[in-house]
Design a binder for this molecule. Sequence first.
Ligand SMILES: *Cc1c(COP(=O)(O)O)cnc(C)c1O
Length: 408
Amino acid sequence: MDYSQNRQANPNPQPGKKGPGLSTKAIHAGHQPDPHTGSLTTPIYQTATFVFPTTEEGGQRFAGHAPGYIYSRLGNPTVTVFEDKIAELEGAEAGLAFASGMAAISAVLMALVKTGDNILCAKNLYGCSYGFLNLLQERFGITYTLADLSDEMSIRSAITPETKVIYLETPMNPTMLLVDLALVSRIAKETGAYVVVDNTFLSPYLQRPIEHGCDIVIHSATKYICGHGDVIAGVAVGPKAIMDEIRMTTLKDIGGVLSPFDSYLLIRGLKTLVVRMDRHCENAQKVAEYLEAHPQVDRVYYPGLPSYPQYELAKRQMDGFGGLISFEVKGGLEAGIRMMNAVKLCQRAVSLGDAETLIQHPASMTHSVVPADERAKMGISDGLIRLSVGIEDVEDIIADLEQALSLS
Ligand SMILES: *Cc1c(COP(=O)(O)O)cnc(C)c1O
Protein backbone atom coordinates (compact mmCIF):
# COMPACT_ATOMS: atom_id res chain seq x y z
CA MET A 1 0.00 0.00 0.00
CA ASP A 2 1.61 3.24 -1.07
CA TYR A 3 0.71 6.30 0.95
CA SER A 4 3.81 8.15 -0.13
CA GLN A 5 1.77 10.42 -2.39
CA ASN A 6 0.04 11.72 0.73
CA ARG A 7 3.34 12.80 2.18
CA GLN A 8 4.33 15.11 -0.64
CA ALA A 9 3.96 18.86 -0.57
CA ASN A 10 0.64 20.09 -1.81
CA PRO A 11 1.17 20.67 -5.56
CA ASN A 12 -1.53 23.34 -5.73
CA PRO A 13 -1.04 25.61 -2.74
CA GLN A 14 -3.37 28.38 -3.96
CA PRO A 15 -7.01 27.50 -3.22
CA GLY A 16 -9.43 29.43 -5.34
CA LYS A 17 -6.69 30.63 -7.69
CA LYS A 18 -6.51 27.47 -9.80
CA GLY A 19 -7.56 23.87 -9.49
CA PRO A 20 -10.69 22.69 -7.75
CA GLY A 21 -12.83 24.90 -5.54
CA LEU A 22 -12.89 24.80 -1.79
CA SER A 23 -16.03 22.65 -1.46
CA THR A 24 -14.53 20.09 -3.82
CA LYS A 25 -11.26 20.06 -1.90
CA ALA A 26 -13.01 19.74 1.46
CA ILE A 27 -14.63 16.55 0.15
CA HIS A 28 -11.96 15.01 -2.08
CA ALA A 29 -8.50 16.26 -1.07
CA GLY A 30 -6.06 13.85 0.54
CA HIS A 31 -7.98 10.64 -0.03
CA GLN A 32 -8.22 8.12 -2.85
CA PRO A 33 -10.74 5.26 -2.53
CA ASP A 34 -9.01 2.55 -0.51
CA PRO A 35 -6.82 0.53 -2.93
CA HIS A 36 -7.63 -2.81 -1.23
CA THR A 37 -11.38 -2.58 -0.97
CA GLY A 38 -12.51 0.50 -2.89
CA SER A 39 -13.98 1.95 0.33
CA LEU A 40 -15.29 5.41 -0.54
CA THR A 41 -14.88 6.84 2.95
CA THR A 42 -11.49 6.96 4.60
CA PRO A 43 -10.92 3.77 6.63
CA ILE A 44 -10.15 4.12 10.34
CA TYR A 45 -6.68 2.62 10.71
CA GLN A 46 -7.11 1.80 14.39
CA THR A 47 -3.60 0.49 14.89
CA ALA A 48 -0.69 1.55 17.06
CA THR A 49 2.04 -0.01 14.95
CA PHE A 50 2.85 -1.05 11.37
CA VAL A 51 4.65 -4.16 10.16
CA PHE A 52 7.84 -3.77 8.09
CA PRO A 53 8.09 -6.14 5.10
CA THR A 54 11.82 -6.62 5.83
CA THR A 55 14.20 -5.44 8.53
CA GLU A 56 16.08 -3.38 5.92
CA GLU A 57 12.83 -1.63 4.97
CA GLY A 58 12.23 -0.85 8.65
CA GLY A 59 15.67 0.71 8.84
CA GLN A 60 15.02 2.81 5.73
CA ARG A 61 11.75 4.12 7.19
CA PHE A 62 13.37 5.04 10.50
CA ALA A 63 16.16 6.81 8.64
CA GLY A 64 13.56 8.78 6.68
CA HIS A 65 14.84 7.32 3.39
CA ALA A 66 11.70 5.34 2.59
CA PRO A 67 8.04 6.40 2.90
CA GLY A 68 5.64 4.34 4.96
CA TYR A 69 4.28 4.20 8.44
CA ILE A 70 6.15 3.07 11.57
CA TYR A 71 4.13 3.78 14.73
CA SER A 72 0.98 5.89 15.07
CA ARG A 73 2.60 8.59 17.19
CA LEU A 74 4.78 9.35 14.13
CA GLY A 75 1.96 9.17 11.62
CA ASN A 76 -1.16 7.15 10.75
CA PRO A 77 -2.95 6.84 7.39
CA THR A 78 -6.31 8.15 8.67
CA VAL A 79 -4.60 11.08 10.38
CA THR A 80 -2.59 11.80 7.21
CA VAL A 81 -5.78 12.29 5.19
CA PHE A 82 -7.02 14.87 7.69
CA GLU A 83 -3.64 16.67 7.72
CA ASP A 84 -3.47 16.79 3.93
CA LYS A 85 -7.03 18.08 3.63
CA ILE A 86 -6.44 21.04 5.94
CA ALA A 87 -3.10 21.82 4.26
CA GLU A 88 -4.81 21.90 0.89
CA LEU A 89 -7.74 24.01 2.14
CA GLU A 90 -5.39 26.57 3.70
CA GLY A 91 -3.06 26.58 0.68
CA ALA A 92 -0.14 25.25 2.73
CA GLU A 93 2.55 22.75 1.83
CA ALA A 94 1.97 20.39 4.76
CA GLY A 95 -0.16 19.83 7.86
CA LEU A 96 0.07 18.21 11.28
CA ALA A 97 -2.79 16.98 13.46
CA PHE A 98 -2.83 17.26 17.25
CA ALA A 99 -4.93 15.98 20.13
CA SER A 100 -6.31 19.49 20.80
CA GLY A 101 -6.02 23.07 19.64
CA MET A 102 -3.79 23.77 22.65
CA ALA A 103 -1.53 20.82 21.76
CA ALA A 104 -1.11 22.38 18.29
CA ILE A 105 -0.46 25.89 19.63
CA SER A 106 2.03 24.78 22.28
CA ALA A 107 3.90 22.40 19.94
CA VAL A 108 4.21 25.00 17.17
CA LEU A 109 5.37 27.80 19.46
CA MET A 110 7.86 25.59 21.30
CA ALA A 111 9.34 24.42 18.01
CA LEU A 112 9.91 28.00 16.80
CA VAL A 113 11.42 29.66 19.90
CA LYS A 114 14.20 29.12 22.40
CA THR A 115 15.28 30.80 25.65
CA GLY A 116 15.89 34.52 25.07
CA ASP A 117 13.47 34.80 22.17
CA ASN A 118 10.37 36.98 22.21
CA ILE A 119 6.81 36.40 21.00
CA LEU A 120 4.76 39.43 19.97
CA CYS A 121 1.01 39.07 20.41
CA ALA A 122 -2.18 40.98 21.11
CA LYS A 123 -4.21 41.20 24.29
CA ASN A 124 -7.36 39.12 24.24
CA LEU A 125 -5.76 35.93 22.96
CA TYR A 126 -7.66 32.74 23.71
CA GLY A 127 -7.23 32.34 27.49
CA CYS A 128 -5.21 29.10 27.46
CA SER A 129 -2.88 30.45 24.74
CA TYR A 130 -2.20 33.37 27.03
CA GLY A 131 -1.65 30.91 29.89
CA PHE A 132 0.86 29.01 27.76
CA LEU A 133 2.78 32.21 26.93
CA ASN A 134 3.00 32.92 30.66
CA LEU A 135 4.34 29.43 31.26
CA LEU A 136 6.99 29.89 28.54
CA GLN A 137 8.00 33.20 30.11
CA GLU A 138 8.15 32.03 33.73
CA ARG A 139 9.71 28.61 33.21
CA PHE A 140 11.77 28.92 30.04
CA GLY A 141 12.79 32.56 29.66
CA ILE A 142 10.86 33.10 26.44
CA THR A 143 9.28 36.53 26.79
CA TYR A 144 6.11 37.86 25.24
CA THR A 145 5.13 41.42 24.43
CA LEU A 146 1.56 42.64 24.13
CA ALA A 147 0.84 45.19 21.40
CA ASP A 148 -2.12 46.48 19.46
CA LEU A 149 -1.62 44.40 16.31
CA SER A 150 -4.35 46.34 14.51
CA ASP A 151 -2.07 49.40 14.49
CA GLU A 152 1.09 49.63 12.35
CA MET A 153 2.96 52.01 14.66
CA SER A 154 2.38 49.91 17.74
CA ILE A 155 3.62 46.76 15.93
CA ARG A 156 6.72 48.57 14.70
CA SER A 157 7.56 49.96 18.11
CA ALA A 158 7.02 46.59 19.87
CA ILE A 159 9.00 44.35 17.48
CA THR A 160 12.65 43.72 18.46
CA PRO A 161 15.52 41.65 17.01
CA GLU A 162 14.56 38.96 19.58
CA THR A 163 11.00 38.74 18.21
CA LYS A 164 10.89 35.32 16.54
CA VAL A 165 7.13 34.96 16.27
CA ILE A 166 4.14 37.23 15.87
CA TYR A 167 1.24 35.19 17.20
CA LEU A 168 -2.30 36.37 16.54
CA GLU A 169 -6.00 35.70 16.21
CA THR A 170 -8.37 37.63 13.94
CA PRO A 171 -11.20 38.30 14.70
CA MET A 172 -10.32 38.58 18.38
CA ASN A 173 -12.53 37.78 21.32
CA PRO A 174 -14.77 39.43 22.52
CA THR A 175 -14.97 42.64 20.49
CA MET A 176 -14.19 40.99 17.12
CA LEU A 177 -11.25 43.36 16.58
CA LEU A 178 -9.47 42.44 13.34
CA VAL A 179 -5.77 42.33 12.51
CA ASP A 180 -4.65 43.22 8.97
CA LEU A 181 -2.85 39.99 8.00
CA ALA A 182 -1.07 41.44 4.96
CA LEU A 183 0.25 44.36 6.99
CA VAL A 184 1.57 42.19 9.83
CA SER A 185 3.18 39.79 7.33
CA ARG A 186 4.90 42.67 5.54
CA ILE A 187 6.37 44.02 8.79
CA ALA A 188 7.43 40.52 9.90
CA LYS A 189 9.27 39.91 6.61
CA GLU A 190 11.45 42.94 7.34
CA THR A 191 12.76 41.38 10.54
CA GLY A 192 12.47 37.68 9.72
CA ALA A 193 9.82 36.87 12.36
CA TYR A 194 7.31 34.09 11.69
CA VAL A 195 3.65 35.04 11.59
CA VAL A 196 1.51 32.36 13.23
CA VAL A 197 -2.27 32.76 13.02
CA ASP A 198 -4.93 31.00 15.07
CA ASN A 199 -7.65 30.83 12.39
CA THR A 200 -10.20 28.95 14.54
CA PHE A 201 -12.94 31.60 14.41
CA LEU A 202 -13.31 31.58 10.64
CA SER A 203 -12.16 28.21 9.21
CA PRO A 204 -10.21 28.00 5.93
CA TYR A 205 -13.42 28.64 4.00
CA LEU A 206 -13.70 32.21 5.28
CA GLN A 207 -10.04 33.21 5.75
CA ARG A 208 -6.74 31.80 4.48
CA PRO A 209 -3.90 33.68 6.19
CA ILE A 210 -1.17 32.09 4.01
CA GLU A 211 -2.66 33.91 1.00
CA HIS A 212 -1.90 37.14 2.90
CA GLY A 213 1.74 36.20 3.54
CA CYS A 214 1.45 34.53 6.97
CA ASP A 215 3.65 31.50 7.65
CA ILE A 216 1.76 29.05 9.84
CA VAL A 217 -1.96 28.59 10.49
CA ILE A 218 -3.38 26.77 13.50
CA HIS A 219 -6.93 25.67 14.24
CA SER A 220 -8.74 24.34 17.21
CA ALA A 221 -10.38 21.72 14.96
CA THR A 222 -12.79 21.18 17.86
CA LYS A 223 -14.77 24.11 16.49
CA TYR A 224 -15.90 24.72 12.88
CA ILE A 225 -13.65 22.09 11.27
CA CYS A 226 -15.37 19.36 13.27
CA GLY A 227 -18.64 21.26 13.29
CA HIS A 228 -20.55 18.79 15.45
CA GLY A 229 -19.13 19.39 18.91
CA ASP A 230 -18.01 15.80 19.38
CA VAL A 231 -14.20 15.95 19.06
CA ILE A 232 -11.32 17.80 20.73
CA ALA A 233 -8.60 18.28 18.10
CA GLY A 234 -6.06 20.68 16.67
CA VAL A 235 -4.17 21.15 13.42
CA ALA A 236 -1.28 23.27 12.16
CA VAL A 237 -0.27 23.88 8.54
CA GLY A 238 2.65 25.67 6.92
CA PRO A 239 5.93 25.16 5.05
CA LYS A 240 6.87 21.47 4.74
CA ALA A 241 10.34 21.96 6.25
CA ILE A 242 8.87 23.49 9.42
CA MET A 243 6.08 20.93 9.69
CA ASP A 244 8.60 18.08 9.28
CA GLU A 245 10.70 19.59 12.04
CA ILE A 246 7.68 19.88 14.37
CA ARG A 247 6.56 16.33 13.56
CA MET A 248 9.96 14.96 14.61
CA THR A 249 10.35 17.16 17.73
CA THR A 250 7.49 18.72 19.67
CA LEU A 251 4.79 16.48 18.14
CA LYS A 252 6.73 13.21 18.43
CA ASP A 253 8.49 13.85 21.72
CA ILE A 254 5.72 15.61 23.64
CA GLY A 255 3.25 13.32 21.98
CA GLY A 256 -0.06 15.19 21.66
CA VAL A 257 -1.16 13.20 18.63
CA LEU A 258 -4.68 12.89 17.22
CA SER A 259 -6.37 9.48 17.21
CA PRO A 260 -7.43 7.73 13.99
CA PHE A 261 -11.09 7.71 15.08
CA ASP A 262 -11.13 11.44 15.81
CA SER A 263 -9.43 12.04 12.45
CA TYR A 264 -12.23 10.08 10.80
CA LEU A 265 -14.85 12.26 12.49
CA LEU A 266 -13.03 15.41 11.36
CA ILE A 267 -12.77 14.16 7.77
CA ARG A 268 -16.51 13.47 7.91
CA GLY A 269 -17.19 16.94 9.35
CA LEU A 270 -15.07 18.64 6.69
CA LYS A 271 -17.25 17.29 3.88
CA THR A 272 -19.99 19.73 4.94
CA LEU A 273 -17.70 22.60 6.00
CA VAL A 274 -18.79 24.92 3.21
CA VAL A 275 -22.54 24.35 3.49
CA ARG A 276 -22.36 24.65 7.28
CA MET A 277 -20.31 27.84 7.16
CA ASP A 278 -22.66 29.41 4.62
CA ARG A 279 -25.56 28.80 7.02
CA HIS A 280 -23.58 29.99 10.08
CA CYS A 281 -22.78 33.26 8.24
CA GLU A 282 -26.31 33.76 6.92
CA ASN A 283 -27.87 33.14 10.35
CA ALA A 284 -25.30 35.28 12.19
CA GLN A 285 -25.88 38.21 9.83
CA LYS A 286 -29.64 38.11 10.49
CA VAL A 287 -29.18 37.70 14.26
CA ALA A 288 -26.66 40.58 14.36
CA GLU A 289 -29.06 42.86 12.46
CA TYR A 290 -31.91 41.84 14.78
CA LEU A 291 -29.81 42.52 17.90
CA GLU A 292 -28.54 45.86 16.58
CA ALA A 293 -32.13 47.07 16.24
CA HIS A 294 -33.21 45.78 19.68
CA PRO A 295 -33.92 48.44 22.34
CA GLN A 296 -32.53 46.19 25.13
CA VAL A 297 -29.16 45.89 23.35
CA ASP A 298 -26.49 48.56 23.77
CA ARG A 299 -23.97 47.40 21.26
CA VAL A 300 -23.32 44.57 18.78
CA TYR A 301 -19.87 43.40 17.68
CA TYR A 302 -20.09 41.61 14.33
CA PRO A 303 -17.73 42.29 11.40
CA GLY A 304 -20.60 41.90 8.91
CA LEU A 305 -22.47 44.97 10.14
CA PRO A 306 -21.77 48.11 8.06
CA SER A 307 -21.59 49.97 11.42
CA TYR A 308 -18.65 47.76 12.42
CA PRO A 309 -15.47 49.94 12.61
CA GLN A 310 -13.34 47.53 10.54
CA TYR A 311 -16.06 46.56 8.05
CA GLU A 312 -13.85 47.46 5.04
CA LEU A 313 -10.93 45.33 6.28
CA ALA A 314 -13.34 42.47 7.01
CA LYS A 315 -14.63 42.58 3.42
CA ARG A 316 -11.10 42.69 2.02
CA GLN A 317 -9.53 39.95 4.12
CA MET A 318 -12.37 37.54 4.84
CA ASP A 319 -14.65 35.63 2.46
CA GLY A 320 -17.51 35.82 4.98
CA PHE A 321 -18.10 37.26 8.41
CA GLY A 322 -18.43 34.06 10.43
CA GLY A 323 -20.85 32.82 13.05
CA LEU A 324 -19.66 34.61 16.20
CA ILE A 325 -21.39 37.66 17.65
CA SER A 326 -20.81 39.55 20.87
CA PHE A 327 -23.37 42.01 22.21
CA GLU A 328 -24.02 44.04 25.31
CA VAL A 329 -27.40 43.86 27.02
CA LYS A 330 -28.62 46.92 28.88
CA GLY A 331 -28.67 46.41 32.64
CA GLY A 332 -25.23 44.84 33.12
CA LEU A 333 -24.56 41.70 35.15
CA GLU A 334 -28.12 41.15 36.43
CA ALA A 335 -29.68 41.57 32.99
CA GLY A 336 -27.04 39.27 31.50
CA ILE A 337 -27.74 36.54 34.05
CA ARG A 338 -31.52 36.89 33.56
CA MET A 339 -31.14 36.52 29.81
CA MET A 340 -28.81 33.54 30.16
CA ASN A 341 -31.23 31.71 32.41
CA ALA A 342 -34.18 32.49 30.13
CA VAL A 343 -32.90 31.03 26.85
CA LYS A 344 -34.51 27.76 25.79
CA LEU A 345 -33.16 26.92 22.32
CA CYS A 346 -29.72 28.53 22.70
CA GLN A 347 -27.51 26.32 24.85
CA ARG A 348 -25.58 27.76 27.83
CA ALA A 349 -22.13 26.43 26.97
CA VAL A 350 -18.63 27.50 26.03
CA SER A 351 -17.01 26.42 22.73
CA LEU A 352 -18.18 27.49 19.29
CA GLY A 353 -18.75 26.26 15.78
CA ASP A 354 -21.33 23.59 16.63
CA ALA A 355 -24.64 23.02 14.87
CA GLU A 356 -26.38 24.23 18.05
CA THR A 357 -26.45 27.93 18.93
CA LEU A 358 -24.23 28.32 22.02
CA ILE A 359 -24.53 31.28 24.36
CA GLN A 360 -22.10 32.37 27.03
CA HIS A 361 -21.86 35.27 29.45
CA PRO A 362 -18.19 35.87 30.38
CA ALA A 363 -18.91 38.06 33.45
CA SER A 364 -20.96 35.34 35.16
CA MET A 365 -19.34 32.26 33.59
CA THR A 366 -15.79 32.03 32.13
CA HIS A 367 -14.51 35.26 33.70
CA SER A 368 -16.53 35.31 36.93
CA VAL A 369 -13.35 35.04 39.04
CA VAL A 370 -11.66 37.94 37.20
CA PRO A 371 -12.19 41.27 39.06
CA ALA A 372 -14.60 43.64 37.25
CA ASP A 373 -11.94 46.30 36.50
CA GLU A 374 -9.63 43.66 34.94
CA ARG A 375 -12.55 42.35 32.91
CA ALA A 376 -13.26 45.87 31.66
CA LYS A 377 -9.64 46.18 30.48
CA MET A 378 -10.16 43.01 28.45
CA GLY A 379 -13.23 44.55 26.79
CA ILE A 380 -15.56 42.31 28.77
CA SER A 381 -18.35 44.47 30.15
CA ASP A 382 -20.83 43.03 32.66
CA GLY A 383 -23.59 42.78 30.08
CA LEU A 384 -21.44 41.26 27.33
CA ILE A 385 -22.82 38.05 25.85
CA ARG A 386 -21.22 35.89 23.19
CA LEU A 387 -23.21 33.85 20.73
CA SER A 388 -21.92 31.12 18.49
CA VAL A 389 -24.80 31.20 16.05
CA GLY A 390 -25.77 27.68 15.01
CA ILE A 391 -27.39 26.31 11.89
CA GLU A 392 -30.95 25.97 13.19
CA ASP A 393 -33.77 27.92 11.50
CA VAL A 394 -32.81 31.52 12.13
CA GLU A 395 -36.43 32.47 12.99
CA ASP A 396 -36.26 30.05 15.92
CA ILE A 397 -32.95 31.48 17.16
CA ILE A 398 -34.32 35.01 16.98
CA ALA A 399 -37.59 34.01 18.69
CA ASP A 400 -35.60 32.50 21.57
CA LEU A 401 -33.43 35.62 21.93
CA GLU A 402 -36.58 37.77 21.75
CA GLN A 403 -38.34 35.98 24.61
CA ALA A 404 -35.11 35.95 26.70
CA LEU A 405 -34.40 39.66 26.07
CA SER A 406 -37.96 40.57 27.03
CA LEU A 407 -37.18 39.27 30.53
CA SER A 408 -33.74 40.87 30.88
C1 LIG B 1 -11.05 26.58 21.54
C2 LIG B 1 -9.94 27.43 21.07
C3 LIG B 1 -8.60 27.05 21.27
C4 LIG B 1 -8.21 25.80 22.03
O1 LIG B 1 -8.57 24.65 21.34
P1 LIG B 1 -8.85 23.24 22.07
O2 LIG B 1 -9.23 22.36 20.93
O3 LIG B 1 -9.95 23.45 23.06
O4 LIG B 1 -7.57 22.84 22.73
C5 LIG B 1 -7.62 27.87 20.76
N1 LIG B 1 -7.90 29.03 20.12
C6 LIG B 1 -9.18 29.43 19.93
C7 LIG B 1 -9.44 30.71 19.21
C8 LIG B 1 -10.23 28.65 20.40
O5 LIG B 1 -11.50 29.06 20.22
